[in-house]
Write a protein that binds this ligand. Structure first.
Ligand SMILES: CC(=O)SCCNC(=O)CCNC(=O)[C@H](O)C(C)(C)COP(=O)(O)OP(=O)(O)OC[C@H]1O[C@@H](n2cnc3c(N)ncnc32)[C@H](O)[C@@H]1OP(=O)(O)O
Ligand SMILES: O=CC(=O)O
Ligand SMILES: [Mg+2]
Length: 538
């Protein structure tokens, strides 16, 4: 390897290491990460500044749309590089945090792919990140095992899922590693460490390395990822394009640049994925200042409403035209033990969601829990007899900016309002305590779903609060105002603080943060950035 930190102040770890962690974060690995930081941090910051500049234009009334300067890319005929054999059938992908037991369960779940997540479902404590990398290194080596406190033993089965790793998005810093006094990007830390330790071994077995790339807002951010991967391939001695990427289209600006994103990564991209939860969040965030585009409560913004249906169908059309996979996304329902009727209703919702996806032409889907693998597989097996649906062109789908931006209709109920407050408090408290994904009222809640709840509260209250437009109102006619929010917040905080749950001791901190963010004049960019200083990190 030729990574070097000559002329750089050395990398500095701001956390102690146990013996195993020291074997991962040794001097050569740190030099490799320092090199990535030195080469790419300036560009990352410039791209984040470009996000802010564009958002200022949206706040001033502009609407997102297709870029005139990249029309030639959209109109030309080109295709992405061939898809490797290991990724040609991805009908069911299970996702989950990089917890040791869950990695083994996910790899053994019967899903075709396991997306190991450093992002929406992982709270970035040092232990979660670094032990997660150790777990994945053992998984790649095939040696991962685990003994639970209750004595149950876990080991890899004979036909594990293909591993795809999701590093954090470009916006998050990783405070535990400083290079020249600056925090390294979380994205480079997660991606770089995994690639450094596993790329050659995976490549030797035709198993990657494969990545899911989250939360991009423009094709320029895809160019940066491509350049990072080109560089790492050269450093590790892999041929260009050996690292494969599936990109989540989970921001509103990115839906207008899907062709451009595929083009930027065309030697390595294997597909796009409908990251619906962040996409919904991004709709709120991007159009925060547009009173005519306020959405109803979270439970009513479902994948069958026109703007979401068009997003997923346009993604399918765009991908298949270029020879790339069009992956579906995550239904939030999880199994409900001890209540057969409620469980059957939850599974029926998952089944309906998967049926919509496979019928529309998606090549595969995500599930949140091992018990949902068979449910999703059954639907895809019944309706997708081929390994994928690349042959389904969906030429009937015509890109329509107005439909992509059209708000769905519905109501804001007091129940929907209260649920947003509860989800924010419970999720934030769990996250601050080191847990990045939790079940709440039998739904999977992670950073993306919590962001929806947080952004909705802010938008409803700030649009309610002023200007010449009438205040937003609940479906019973009462105005939505800060007095209501403060009362619901206080009551929910007191109730939850007295209830046993993950992160219970952090409910007060979560309430303080939610009050600050909701009352603030500006909508904060990311909940996890705001909560980072409060993250437990022994
Ligand atoms: C918006 C997005 O980004 S979606 C992608 C990010 N989100 C995710 O990946 C969701 C991951 N899912 C989860 O974390 C969990 O399923 C939760 C938190 C939603 C629910 O967790 P729990 O209530 O603990 O699940 P439950 O008790 O039913 O678990 C049963 C078993 O399945 C395992 N399990 C549950 N989910 C998963 C998973 N996603 N991967 C692997 N194993 C899992 C549990 O570890 C447990 O194992 P055990 O029986 O060996 O002890
Ligand atoms: O990452 C997935 C999403 O839905 O958000
Ligand atoms: Mg997401």
């Amino acid at each position: 390897m030729n990574a070097t930190v000559e002329n750089l102040p050395g990398p500095r770890l701001r956390h102690g290491l146990d013996a195993q962690q020291a074997g991962l974060l040794h001097a050569d690995a740190l030099a490799f990460l320092a090199d990535l930081h030195e080469r790419f941090e300036g560009r990352r910051r410039a791209l984040l500044a470009a996000r802010r500049e564009r958002q200022a234009r949206f706040d001033a009334g502009e609407l997102p749309g297709f870029l005139p300067e990249t029309r030639a890319i959209r109109e030309a005929d080109w295709r992405v590089a061939p898809i490797p054999a290991a990724l040609r059938d991805r009908r069911v992908e299970i996702t989950g945090p990089v917890d040791r037991k869950m990695i083994i369960n996910a790899l053994n779940s019967g899903a075709k792919v396991f997306m190991a997540d450093f992002e929406d479902s992982t709270a970035p404590t040092f232990a979660n990140l670094v032990d997660g990398q150790l777990n994945l290194r053992d998984a790649v080596a095939g040696t991962i095992d685990y003994r639970a406190p209750d004595g149950r033993a876990y080991a890899l089965g004979p036909d594990p899922a293909v591993l795809v790793v999701r590093p954090r998005g470009w916006h998050l810093p990783e405070r535990h590693l400083e290079i020249g006094g600056e925090a390294i990007a979380g994205a480079l830390f997660d991606f770089g460490l995994f690639a450094y330790h596993n790329a050659l071994a995976l490549h030797a077995r035709d198993r990657g390395p494969y990545f899911y790339l989250p939360k991009m807002e423009s094709h320029r951010e895809a160019v940066l990822w491509n350049d990072v991967m080109d560089h790492v391939e050269a450093v590790l001695g892999l041929q260009q394009g050996a690292m494969k990427a599936t990109v989540l289209i989970e921001t509103l600006p990115a839906v207008f640049e899907m062709d451009e994103i595929l083009h930027a990564l065309r030697t390595r991209v294997v597909g796009l994925n409908c990251g619906r939860w962040d996409y919904i969040f991004s709709y709120f965030k991007t159009l925060r200042a547009h009173r005519d585009r306020v959405l109803p409560e979270r439970g009513q913004v479902v994948m069958t409403v026109p703007f979401l249906r068009h997003y997923s169908e346009l993604l399918i059309r765009t991908c298949h035209r270029r020879g790339a996979f069009a992956m579906g996304g995550m239904a939030a329902q999880i199994p409900i033990n001890h209540d057969p009727a409620a469980n059957a209703a939850a599974l029926a919702k998952v089944r309906a969601d998967k049926l919509r996806e496979v019928s529309a032409g998606h090549d595969g889907t995500w599930v949140a829990h091992p018990a949902l693998v068979a449910v999703a597989r059954e639907v895809f097996d019944a309706h997708m007899p081929t390994p994928n649906q690349l042959h389904v062109a969906r030429a009937d789908v015509v890109a329509d900016r107005d439909t992509l931006l059209a708000p769905s209709t519905g109501t804001i109920t007091r129940g929907g309002f209260d649920a947003n407050v509860e989800v924010c408090l419970r999720y934030l408290a769990a996250w601050m305590d080191g847990l990045g994904c939790v079940p709440i009222h039998h739904l999977m809640e992670d950073a993306a779903t919590a962001e929806i709840a947080r952004a909705q509260l802010w938008q409803w209250l700030h649009h309610a609060d002023g200007g010449i437009a009438p205040p937003l109102a609940f479906d019973d006619g009462a105005p939505i105002d800060f007095a209501t929010f403060d009362a619901v917040l206080a009551a929910t905080r007191d109730r939850l603080a007295a209830t046993a749950m993950p992160g219970q001791a952090r409910i007060g901190d979560a309430a303080t943060l939610l009050a600050r963010l909701t009352h603030a004049d500006a909508l904060a960019d990311f909940l996890t950035l705001e909560a980072y200083a409060s993250l437990r990190d022994p």
